[in-house]
Write a protein that binds this ligand. Sequence first.
Ligand code: FDA
Length: 308
Amino acid sequence: MLRSAILAASRSPQMRTLVEKLPPTRAIVERFVAGEPLDAALAACDELTATGRRATLDHLGEDTRDAAQAAATAAAYEKLLEALKETGLAQHAEVSVKLSAVGQFLPQDGEQVALENARRICTAAADAGTTVTLDMEDHTTTDSTLGIARQLRADFPWLGVVLQAYLRRTEADCRDFSGPGSRVRLCKGAYQEPASVAFQKKDEVDRAYVRCLKVLMAGEGYPMVASHDPRMVKIAGELAERNGRKADSFEYQMLYGIRPEEQLRLARSGATMRVYLPYGQEWYGYFMRRLAERPANLAFFLRAMATR
Ligand code: FDA
């Protein structure tokens, strides 16, 4: 119930205005978001790489209905990739992109605009010597996002995609995307989805996650295990071993600010550990999904409000 209410609020412009105005919000947001300017993101990225972690940077934004805004987001990614190249951080950092931030929902030719903007970003990533992963949004976008990914992969075979284990279709998608060179970030899924398309109970989602992991680990691609769940992390390690995978043939991924000690432990153990690092002004939707994920995150937020 609470999760549904917070996820509904994550898409409400009225709630957005309200939450953005709450005095303690900024300090709390900083727990999950690197900051607003590019410099803040680069500094956080530098800190992560200095401790043996890799990064995937997300210039925050989603759901744009404005072509100029979509183009501006693509330009921001080009600037980010140029900076990663110049600073040498591109060796350890890639970028993550939401297609809805680069035009997928535009009323006219949205998919085409998103494809062209994503192509600009992939070209800049290739020039910087790094990669791009397409985030996955709610289930109404899955076919469109995978379709655009397939087109981009013809020119940028290293392009990664996110698959969400809570969707009933995902085990089959994992099979489709487990071929040579394929990079799949497997997460549980963060949106409010109907039972017709998604598992609803936590244990069903967890079991689906393990089934998908089995497909990806046995496949020929590069699995990216995006979870903070200690059970999933353990099972991923066991499956990697069972499939004879070396540490450089798969990676663990966690979100910025979540389980940093575990991130460091995995990195020190010799595993590849990447941190999803969001930055920029458009933090509202991302932040609300983090609150919805975990009662402790919400409690932290409410406590901070109460002490002001
Ligand atoms: P889950 O939330 O089920 O928690 C299981 C256990 O993990 C908890 O019981 C606890 O032990 C531990 N845990 C979780 N959060 C913790 C915390 N804050 N502190 C301490 N322990 C904690 N989603 C999506 O729909 N599209 C996308 O593109 C992405 N992209 C993405 C990238 C990356 C790198 C990550 C890590 C995640 C995403 N997600 C996502 C979000 C994802 O779908 C999911 O909502 C969250 O990762 C939460 O699910 P978990 O697997 O972490 O476990």
